[in-house]
Ligand binder design. Structure first.
Ligand code: FES
Ligand code: FES
Length: 173
């Protein structure tokens, strides 16, 4: 198996690691680093359960090669809540409060897509919310509660709640 040595930031922590070059980021996160919060579904970019934040953009980690993360700033669901472990992020809280989590399989990917949306647009319309979540499938909720959760999150989230997700590259520009 060929490998590459990469430096990247994951959930705010700097890593320098030898990574199998043919693995997807999804596989690398789960099978090497043990970040199981990022779910594995279709592995062909159609369900969105593997969504992570890649340099501030919500992306399907099953479509990114691990070898492409050199210098990247990656966030997964494990890094969303404030450090310390006793509090949820306002986006996660809104999902719970609005009943948008049923089996929960889609929830990590949904939350990461919402982080990506709110980084770009703090006051999304319903159609913008639907557009941002178009690649995230949910088998349980019918989406009504999820859209409500995103509206709620947008109404309460602050700059401070989002600042850690702004990629280092964007901060420098
Ligand atoms: S597992 Fe990546 S989009 Fe389905
Ligand atoms: S809550 Fe079950 S798939 Fe969305």
């Amino acid at each position: 198996m060929s490998t590459v040595c990469l430096s990247f930031r994951l959930n705010g922590v700097e890593f320098k690691k030898v990574v199998p070059s043919g693995w997807t980021l999804l596989r690398y996160l789960r099978d090497d680093l043990g970040y199981y919060g990022t779910k594995c579904g279709c592995e062909i970019g159609e369900c969105g359960v593997c969504t992570v934040l890649y340099d501030g953009e919500a992306m399907n980690s099953c479509l990114i090669l691990a070898s492409q993360i050199d210098g990247a700033d990656i966030w997964t669901i494990e890094g969303v809540a404030p450090s310390g472990g006793s509090q949820l992020h306002p986006i996660q809280r809104a999902f719970l409060d609005c009943g948008a989590v049923h089996c929960g399989f889609c929830s990590p990917g949904m939350v990461m897509s919402v982080v990506g949306l709110l980084l770009k647009n703090r006051n999304p319309s319903e159609s913008e919310i639907k557009g941002a979540l178009a690649g995230n499938l949910c088998r349980c909720t019918g989406y009504v509660q999820i859209i409500e959760a995103v509206k709620t999150a947008a109404s309460v989230v602050t700059d401070r709640d989002l600042e850690k997700f702004v990629s280092g590259k964007k901060r420098e520009t």
